[in-house]
Design a binder for this molecule. Structure first.
Ligand code: 5GP
Ligand code: MG
Ligand code: MG
Length: 173
């Protein structure tokens, strides 16, 4: 059965905002070698667009996290693919699709810090603060969305809808 979707953010709005984020990241750069670390799978499309909007040289890596819980919430988090590039002494920007409770990000940062980076920053496409459980500052935010379950532009609902070019709210979740 098809879920009912409502368009929240158009592909044009996403492109404009991602270009701005790329400029901000390029301008703010600390001088340490820059590495973007994307969280699979949700951030793959955002990462692909963001890295092309960053005008300074940088490296790209991905991590994959698994969370055991129900389909739409985060339960116990484990890492199933760690970073592979050396990040010691580098500036790491964690690229996340959505920050919801904030637990995924804090878990991942503990793992990344074991590799002794110089700086760790946070970048998310969507800041969804309604269910936040931890007090975290997000350096780069694409959009603030107060609530709702979102899909498209890499985000899934039971592995569907990642390919949609805009961001939609799933109605009735
Ligand atoms: P949290 O910040 O709660 O630890 O976890 C956030 C993760 O849960 C996100 O990276 C994303 O993978 C998933 N998530 C949270 N809210 C949504 C949403 O509205 N839509 C989708 N597709 N995933 C979400
Ligand atoms: Mg995610
Ligand atoms: Mg998911």
């Amino acid at each position: 059965m098809m879920a009912e979707l409502r368009l929240l953010i158009s592909p044009e709005e996403i492109a404009t905002r991602v270009a701005e984020l790329g400029e901000e990241i390029s301008r703010d750069h600390s001088g340490h070698p820059l590495v973007l670390v994307g969280i699979l799978k949700g951030a793959f499309i955002f990462m692909a667009d963001l890295c092309r909007a960053i005008k300074i040289p940088h490296e790209i890596d991905f991590v994959r996290l698994a969370s055991y819980g129900s389909g739409t919430t985060s339960g116990e988090i484990t890492i199933t693919k760690d970073i592979e590039l050396p990040v010691a002494g580098k500036e790491v920007i964690v690229v996340e699709d959505i920050i919801d409770t904030g637990r995924t990000l804090l878990y991942l940062e503990d793992v990344i810090k074991l590799h002794r980076p110089a700086v760790v920053k946070r970048c998310c496409l969507i800041d969804k603060p309604e269910r936040r459980q931890v007090d975290i500052f997000i350096d780069y935010v694409g959009f603030h969305v107060p609530r709702g379950f979102l899909v498209g532009y890499g985000l899934d609902y039971a592995e569907r809808y990642r390919h949609l070019p805009g961001i939609y709210e799933v109605l009735g979740v």
